[in-house]
Design a protein around this ligand. Structure first.
Ligand code: BG6
Length: 503
């Protein structure tokens, strides 16, 4: 995310995808490369090396990627652009369980680089299950493909999950950092590819009016909501049951939102400064005792219900889900940030599957006016002052405040001032990966997670994981698919005299 017009083509490079035959490559990576190609933002020369199954020809890989592109492209496919992109694709075999294959990969890659004149710059994109991250990096390191020499850069891209708890995240970081420098590692959280998420920085720091009130003196609390309507999809049963809503969404996506909302203003808009401020605020999230974690959390699992008139079965009936599973499909947390700006301001987070509506938003609730002088309207009748940043859908920003109803007496009603992106900007539909991939190629890691932030995120959620593991089924609530979630989530705020914003 450069702060100048990104009309610059990245330097020539080889884009090496591990997991080239998989879902992520077909659904997101290739459609994003296609959109970059259509915008003239791919390097030239460029080559794509798809690390594929044994025996797969380049022809067969190109065909499969073209099929994927036709299915997942976000805009009509121009065959000329698509063919030019796919002509750059070569299939190569490599498997971390067969170290020898990486020597072969090295030879093939070096030959291709010479033929295509890509100059030795390499981006290794691991679109693989997380268990393969470290073994692939180790093999790439062993054969010397990650070593930066002759002025060429070497970068590694990995996708969440970065570990499944604090210990495993630390172990993964440690392994990767034995092979690569931190600046060579690009940890993708796709939330940072969303325009509206990136806009939080601009809203806060390109305007002078928010910052003076962005603190405990004026903000009562913050609500972060990522509600999904989709139930857990069948092919993810086994992954999801081992993961749950907390691991799947909180230390990554919800904490990205939290850190952008809560960070101190960076002195400069560069990767080191911005990522340091984000890391600082994540590290300042209070580490709760297990007892506090139980008190400040709600976890729940959905049971059969209806979403848009469609029957949704019990979570426990999904293929590969344990019939006695205690995995949460909904979580709500109350967190505190222990620093000068946020002392005493709770951050309430909630996220879940199979809920009544899809909505991702951050709601900043401001303190009430200190004195109620309009006697005709009781304090309870006044609307609450919210600044709502809608991330998805209906991207925009809304300010909710009280206003006078026209007439001879003072009567008050709540109104909303609304900014909607679509009223101002006509963005081409995109996958959300374009900026991220482009940034990897130009070497800007501002939108990527640094090792310290990943660990700080896990550190903050670890007490919840530990406490729930000990509690087992005790305390696990249920909610009906298609409902607004479990009653406990409302209780969590009610006991503080607050309530969730109605969605
Ligand atoms: C993914 C999770 O990282 O994010 C999914 O693994 C979740 O379970 C998805 O559905 C949500 O992303 P978005 O962009 O639809 O909010």
């Amino acid at each position: 995310m450069t702060d100048f017009q990104p009309n610059q083509k990245p330097h020539p490079c080889a884009f090496v995808i591990f997991g080239a035959t998989g879902d992520l490559t077909h659904r997101l990576v290739i459609p994003a490369l296609y959109n970059l190609a259509a915008g003239g933002l791919l390097p030239d020369p460029f080559c794509v090396v798809g690390v594929a199954r044994r025996g797969m020809s380049s022809e067969a890989l190109r065909e499969s990627l073209m099929k994927g592109l036709r299915q997942f492209a976000t805009r009509p496919v121009d065959d000329k652009v698509a063919n030019r992109l796919l002509e750059c694709v070569t299939a190569v075999e490599a498997d971390p369980s067969d170290p020898h294959s990486f020597d072969g990969l090295k030879q093939r890659l070096e030959k291709l680089e010479a033929n295509r004149s890509t100059g030795g710059n390499r981006l290794f994109y691991l679109a693989t299950p997380p268990g393969a991250f470290a073994p692939i990096a180790e093999q790439l390191g062993r054969v010397g493909l990650l070593k930066e020499d002759h002025g060429a850069w070497r970068r590694l891209v990995v996708e969440k999950p970065f570990g499944t708890d604090l210990a495993s995240a630390r172990a993964l970081n440690e392994k990767l950092l034995r092979i690569l420098e931190e600046r060579q590692i690009y940890r993708i959280d796709h939330y940072l590819g969303k325009e509206t998420v990136q806009n939080i920085l601009v809203l806060r720091f390109a305007n002078g009016m928010f910052e003076p009130i962005w603190n405990r003196h004026h903000i009562d609390h913050v609500q972060i909501t990522v509600n999904e309507k989709l139930p857990v999809v069948a092919h993810r049963g086994s992954f999801y049951d081992a993961t749950g809503a907390l691991r799947d969404m909180v230390p990554n996506h919800l904490f990205q939102l939290l850190s952008l909302i809560a960070m101190e203003p960076p002195a400069r808009f560069d990767a080191r400064t911005v990522r340091t401020e984000k890391g600082e605020v994540l590290a300042a999230i209070e580490t709760q005792s297990e007892e506090e974690a139980l008190k400040n959390s709600v976890r729940a699992q959905y049971v059969a219900g209806k979403i848009d008139d469609k029957e949704v079965p019990d979570y426990r009936k999904i293929k590969d889900v344990n019939p006695d599973s205690t995995t949460e499909t909904f979580v709500a947390l109350k967190l505190h940030i222990d620093n000068w700006r946020w002392a005493g301001v709770p951050f309430y987070l909630r996220t879940g599957k199979a809920l009544s509506i899809k909505r991702t938003e951050v709601a900043i609730k401001f303190r009430e006016a200190p004195f109620a002088m309009f006697q005709c309207t009781s304090v309870e009748q006044l609307v609450e002052n919210y600044l709502v940043i809608a991330i998805e859908p209906n991207e925009g920003i809304t300010l909710q405040f009280n206003t006078k109803i026209p007439g001879p007496t003072i009567r008050i009603d709540g109104v909303q001032m609304k900014f909607r992106y679509k009223d101002y900007f006509q963005a081409e539909p995109a996958t959300g990966y374009e900026t991220l991939i482009y940034d990897c190629m130009i070497g800007d890691n501002i939108l990527f997670q640094r090792a310290d932030s990943v660990e700080a995120g896990w550190q903050a959620v670890q007490p919840f994981l530990d406490a729930w593991k000990k509690a087992g089924a005790r305390g696990l609530e249920s909610y009906t698919a298609g409902s607004e979630g479990p009653p406990g989530a409302d209780e969590l705020l009610k006991r503080d005299g607050r309530s969730w914003r109605k969605l």
